[in-house]
Design a protein around this ligand. Structure first.
Ligand code: FRU
Length: 505
């Protein structure tokens, strides 16, 4: 009898229905960012809106918590905030790992993959990473492949005519494809990483591709280029007007160019001496935007919250890496330069608990805010005193905390994570504890709109003109919030803090 009891108890975790598993409660587990239930994730892939669902595919290792066996994981959401995990979408096979790429809705069946009336093919265009001789993993090739789904992304078939684009090159990857209405063609942006070139191709059927033009080298060429995206972004204050933005990643950071695209060439209008970054923190990479959004919806950007320098050793288990909050995009002109404005999607406001608010507080030294939490949204407006160094500390416990500071003399916003967490798990992480961006005040004011979600902070400065994303690994119970003004005299006009509900119940 006793042994039967022990046997039954031993089987319990296996027998429990999936929804009873106490998941998403582990140390450092983000509560309102997307993370896979378990195992390694990197780039967002195939972002596409279709029949009321936002699809998120992502670079995923189905068998481990470090990079490898790359395949496309899959989740869907109706609001970009609550996600439902779906089975692995496109697995690696004997010959190919499935690297980054994009997804399109082939409404007019240009690809010819439709089999029955009423089906709308979804087509994934991705890089097949091929290692012909497994004993020489560095002798690889990268070809572009496609796969199609006739059941709204639930199951996928790899096209038997692959590759659809092959330059017989080692490094040639990350195709982003979209429909270009004026030329009635599919356009692909894809990188030659070492050459620092984004190439453009066009196709009428997604199966055969013609080279159109090249862009680059330009801007930041200090590291290999990856994950390009070309899209139209609405202009603030000019209803109906848009400009083209070309985004790409450079191994550990990202940049973008603003200009025009005529269906063949991208004409850059960002001055040659200006480098624009969608994010100035160390933990935002490989970001791309959604295809096929409803016409009245602004573009939505999603990026991988991690860094190749130390990503494989961040102290999280049984998963590694998150996707950023989805950010809506607009362009604003400052002087003669168009810059991106990024705003977290409005649906996040549905997660807010009761607000705690301060109004008109003068700060001198440190001032503890009357709310706490490691899962919060904070929206504050400060009037920094002349030459002050001021800001807010999060995840505070004793002398520990993440500093989000403003150096008024230097007009610089900085994040210092040196006292926020365990930094010894990786030397590269320990060497990247400070990040900064130039932020001029607007009418003497600094607006800090930020989200702390256990091990991620995303800071949207001055209405999203500048954004910084940073990972931290604070001890449990480090949940204080503290404003500071080193010289004294900085004023907080308003500061609101909301506890945020978890989306992983
Ligand atoms: C970017 C990247 C891509 C590649 C993928 C492989 O983070 O290196 O260039 O397709 O990750 O996982």
């Amino acid at each position: 009898m006793k042994s039967l009891f022990v046997l039954l108890i031993g089987m319990l975790p296996v027998c429990l229905p999936a929804q009873n598993k106490p998941a998403y409660k582990e140390p450092f587990r983000p509560q309102f960012h997307f993370t896979p239930h378990h195992n390694w994730m990197n780039d967002p892939n195939g972002l596409v809106y279709h029949k009321g669902e936002y699809h998120l595919f992502y670079q995923y290792n189905p068998v481990g918590n470090t990079w490898g066996h790359m395949s496309w994981g899959h989740a869907v959401s109706s609001d970009l905030v609550h996600w439902q995990h779906l089975p692995l979408a496109i697995p690696e096979d004997d010959k190919n790992m499935i690297f980054s790429g994009s997804c399109v809705v082939d409404k007019n069946n240009t690809s010819g993959f439709r089999q029955k009336p009423g089906q709308t093919p979804l087509i994934a265009i991705y890089t097949a990473h091929i290692i012909p001789d497994k004993s020489k993993p560095d002798d690889y090739l990268q070809h572009q492949h496609i796969a199609y789904s006739l059941d709204d992304g639930r199951t996928w078939t790899k096209y038997e005519g692959n590759p659809v684009l092959d330059l017989n090159k080692k490094d040639f990857r990350d195709p982003k494809v979209f429909w270009h209405e004026p030329t009635k063609k599919w356009i692909m942006a894809i990188v030659l990483p070492h050459e620092h070139i984004v190439q453009f191709y066009s196709s009428s059927n997604l199966r055969s591709w013609a080279h159109l033009s090249d862009f680059g080298p330009a801007g930041d060429t200090s590291a290999i280029w990856e994950c390009p995206d070309l899209l139209q972004v609405p202009l603030t204050g000019q209803a109906g007007k848009r400009k083209w933005v070309l985004i790409n990643s450079q191994q550990y950071t990202m940049q973008y160019f603003v200009g025009e695209f005529n269906g063949i060439h991208f004409q850059n209008e960002t001055p040659a001496d200006t480098i624009l970054r969608p994010d100035y923190g160390p933990d935002f990479y490989a970001a791309i935007t959604y295809n096929n959004l409803p016409v009245d919806q602004d573009p939505v950007l999603l990026g991988w919250v991690n860094n190749w320098k130390y990503g494989a050793s961040i102290p999280t288990s049984p998963w590694r890496s998150a996707q950023s909050l989805p950010r809506t995009l607009r362009l604003k002109k400052t002087g003669n330069i168009w810059t991106l404005l990024q705003e977290p999607v409005k649906a996040l406001q549905g997660l807010r608990g009761g607000v705690v608010e301060w109004k008109n507080q003068l700060i001198s030294g440190d001032l503890t805010f009357p709310a706490k939490g490691q899962v919060i949204e904070l929206d504050a407006e400060l009037i920094p005193a002349k030459d002050d160094i001021c800001g807010v500390r999060l995840a505070v416990k004793g002398s520990q905390g993440l500093i989000i500071g403003y150096d008024a003399a230097k007009e610089q916003l900085y994040i210092d994570r040196s006292k926020s967490s365990n930094t010894y798990f990786n030397n590269e992480f320990a060497a990247l504890l400070h990040s900064a961006a130039r932020v001029p005040l607007e009418d003497g004011k600094l607006r800090l709109h930020l989200f702390l979600d256990k091990s991620i902070v995303e800071v949207f400065v001055n209405d999203g003109t500048t954004v910084l994303t940073v990972q931290l690994f604070p001890p449990s119970g480090a949940d204080g919030i503290e404003f500071f003004s080193q010289k004294g005299g900085t004023r907080i006009t308003t500061a609101k803090v909301w506890p945020m509900r978890s989306t992983w119940k």
